[in-house]
Ligand binder design. Structure first.
Ligand code: NAX
Length: 331
């Protein structure tokens, strides 16, 4: 029997990532080849954005995807989040020229307060949330605070693109296929303070720090390349990563929707329970396993050496600082 459709909301649906993401969801790559979907495509109430959204919907129609049961096009969050099972919060205000980071935090914070409230009021009772719009950890924290009736465990932010980047860099350096690299992990904030962990990453089952002899590369260029990859893509392409970001979101949601294979974990930003000494309540990139039934857990027992501990302290400090800046929005 065909399952009931999953309703998926995507904010910023007419943006770059939205354009690369929607066909992937509608073709079954996020929820599997048997699972019908209804796309709730949300944009800003602006003529140009809504016209672009209509164009995206026309293209989706022209793909004749068998799993795409319906599309809802709207700029009203109440309609957009109505009965949705997954809310992918991609849309955000970009940082304009000369704009201070704190202003960006506050402007986006206000958007995520509104969206958090709309999700709490209108989404399905089992809704799950994936935040991509930057600064994604703090935006997820704000939405979580604004949606008090939705359990904290339902809120996630995306570091999967960074994890995929780290995995690819390690495979390239070691000269092995990507499938030989496992356990690549990003701790902390999706920002320049993120901590790509090459100690716990494995190449053919052995720590990448042992397999790759070039320690200077691991501690220097590897970390910098992963942290700065977004900027390098903007420099090369003139616009930010879209296909790889959409791909990472497909990976992120699919891997939370299904059970994680034995012995593995994925990088997901979730609400800290204090694990690894991270203050409770921060939305923090952790190694996470999904049970495939809506639950997940933080993998315990990974070793943090002094190098990693020092880097974790810096990303924690940054997230605490961001939280201070946006706290007032929730008053
Ligand atoms: P675009 O500027 O192409 O698209 C954003 C879209 O969001 C626009 O169409 C805009 O109208 C819409 N939007 C803005 N505010 C909205 C709101 N309140 N409700 C609904 N729609 C709204 O950006 P794009 O390249 O698609 O990137 C989207 C976001 O992803 C940005 O914040 C970007 O920084 C972030 N990223 C996050 C990544 C991550 O790993 N977490 C990586 C990729 C990406 O940079």
């Amino acid at each position: 029997m065909t399952p009931a459709p999953i309703r998926v909301a995507i904010t910023g649906a007419a943006g770059q990532i939205g354009y690369a993401l929607l066909p992937r969801i509608a073709s079954g790559q996020m929820f599997g080849p048997e699972q019908p979907v209804i796309l709730h495509m949300i944009e800003i109430p602006n003529e140009k954005a809504m016209a672009a959204l209509k164009g995206v919907a026309m293209e989706l129609e022209d793909c004749a995807f068998p799993l795409l049961r319906d599309m809802v096009l709207t700029s009203d969050p109440k309609v957009g989040f109505k009965d949705v099972h997954w809310a992918c919060l991609v849309g955000a205000k970009p940082r304009g020229p000369g704009m201070e980071r704190n202003d960006l935090l506050k402007d986006n914070g206000a958007i995520f307060v509104g969206q958090g409230r709309a999700i709490a009021e209108h989404a399905a009772s089992n809704v799950r949330i994936a935040v991509v719009g930057n600064p994604c950890n703090t935006n997820a924290w704000i939405a979580m605070q604004a949606a008090k009736s939705v359990p904290k465990e339902r809120f996630t932010a995306m570091t999967r693109l960074d994890q995929n980047r780290a995995r690819a860099q390690l495979a390239h350096k070691a000269g092995v296929p990507i499938t030989d690299v496992s356990g690549a992990l990003i701790w902390g904030n999706h920002s320049a303070t993120q901590v790509p962990d090459f100690y716990n990453a494995k190449i053919r089952g052995q720590s990448a720090a042992k397999v790759i002899a070039d320690q200077a590369w691991l501690k220097g260029d590897f970390i910098k390349t992963v942290q700065q990859r977004g900027a390098a893509i903007i420099a090369a392409r003139g616009v930010s990563s879209a296909a790889s970001a959409a791909n990472a979101l497909v990976d992120h949601v699919r891997d939370l929707h299904t059970a994680t294979p034995a012995g593995e974990y994925r990088s997901v930003c979730v609400c800290s329970d204090g694990s690894y000494g991270v203050p409770e309540g921060l939305i923090f990139g952790y190694p996470v396993r999904s049970d495939g039934k809506g639950g997940w857990s933080i993998v315990q027992g990974l070793e943090l050496n002094d190098f990693l501990k020092e880097k974790l302290a810096a990303t924690i400090k940054e997230l605490e600082g961001e939280r201070e800046v946006v706290k007032t929005l929730l008053a």
